[in-house]
Ligand binder design. Structure first.
Ligand code: PMP
Length: 356
């Protein structure tokens, strides 16, 4: 007897990056922040009254929603919060798509989109990036045959941004379609359209505190959009779980968002380290895509992606390798601290030397 639903039997789950518990790696595989969260977060954690955990959290997370709204200059009715942006993005599928509707997204992008589409019976329409892994805006302008569009900006795993004007051109030319912009890495770039959600009723911007805010373990993400889109997400959420953001996460997320200055410093350090690492890799015969994120996507002229991945892992450095058609030659490397990047480059040098 198979007790699983037909849907469950057919799903192809996403495979998250390794979180090894056995040995200590220089961990550059899941785009986590190499620096700790703001001191305000630590202070909030220390002062948090454990007694508060007896109670359920505020199902509306009103304080967090107000903080996010103030940060982006929108109203509370324009904000939806969730347990990481993966949860928010997942809820977009039942909120905005019916079975057999189409969703357009790039052939090389965050691989979770196809998993959610499949789970909700939504048809994926994959639009190839060009030969340089750039998104071609014209491919999406006035696009036919889909209910909505998902754009990861900057894109993952390439790290490459689509300019604001190109993105808004896509939004403007598709007034009958929802355009979801996943800005998980938006803080590292200058292509955010978060402040334009009130201008376009079909624009939903999804963001996270997991990357630039160094809170991947706390699980907090959010969406910004027109009230009717946000109400749709709330209806889905309240049909699944009333308390997606727990009380402790709510408190530390508010603390993090209050410390703009600290995080601006974090982003500057990571961006500077990224440029230095990319230059050093280019000198070692890597092609490095121009990234505006906290990671780089690179391939070597002679070494295969899996060779680099396995050799680095053996020597205690974890990066990410994807087996996808156009990208299996590449590895994705998260930008760590200066020390971590030094170790990475030393190990890469050894691998390249052994091969020559
Ligand atoms: N979008 C993209 C493009 C990502 O790379 C990630 C992290 N894997 C997420 C969304 C989800 O991040 P989180 O759930 O931690 O907010």
């Amino acid at each position: 007897m198979n007790y699983l639903s037909r849907r469950c039997r057919s799903i192809q789950p996403y495979i998250a990056g390794e979180q090894p518990q056995d040995k200590k790696y220089v961990k550059l595989n899941t785009n986590e922040c190499p620096y700790p969260p703001s001191p305000e977060v630590e202070k909030t954690l220390k002062e948090f009254d454990a007694g508060r955990l007896r109670r359920y959290p505020d199902p509306e997370n009103a304080k967090l929603v107000a903080t996010i709204a103030a940060r982006h200059g929108v109203n509370a009715e324009n904000v939806f919060v969730g347990n990481g942006s993966d949860e928010v993005l997942c809820m977009c599928f039942p909120a905005f798509f019916d079975e057999n509707d189409g969703i357009a997204y790039a052939d090389v992008t965050y691989s979770f989109y196809k998993v959610w589409a499949h789970m909700y019976g939504v048809n994926s329409v994959k639009i190839p990036l060009d030969d340089e892994f750039k998104l071609v805006p014209e491919d999406y302008v006035g696009i036919k045959g889909v209910k909505g569009i998902m754009i990861c900006n900057p894109n993952a795993p390439t790290g490459m941004p689509l300019g604001r004007l190109d993105l808004l051109r896509i939004v403007e030319s598709n007034p009958d379609k929802i355009v979801i912009v996943d800005e998980a890495y938006g803080e590292f770039a200058s292509c955010s359209v978060a402040n334009r959600v009130n201008d376009y009723p079909n624009l939903l911007v999804v963001k996270t505190l997991s990357k630039a805010y160094a809170l991947a373990g706390a699980r907090c993400g959010y969406a910004l959009g027109n009230k009717s889109l946000i109400d749709g997400l709330k209806a889905v959420k309240n049909s699944m779980n009333s308390y997606t953001v727990n009380a402790l996460t709510e408190a530390i997320a508010i603390a993090a968002l209050s410390d703009k200055k600290y995080y601006a410093g974090v982003v500057d350090k990571i961006n500077a380290e990224r440029e230095e690492t990319a230059d050093a890799l280019r000198e070692l015969d890597f092609e490095v895509l121009p990234s505006s994120s906290n990671f780089i996507f690179a391939r070597h002229k002679k070494l295969s992606g899996s060779e680099i991945y396995f050799s680095l892992k053996e020597n205690g450095v974890l990066v990410r390798h994807f087996k996808g058609e156009r990208i299996s030659d590449f590895v994705r490397i998260t930008i760590g601290t200066r020390e971590e990047m030094k170790t990475l480059l030393a190990e890469v040098k050894k691998i390249v030397k052994n091969r020559n």
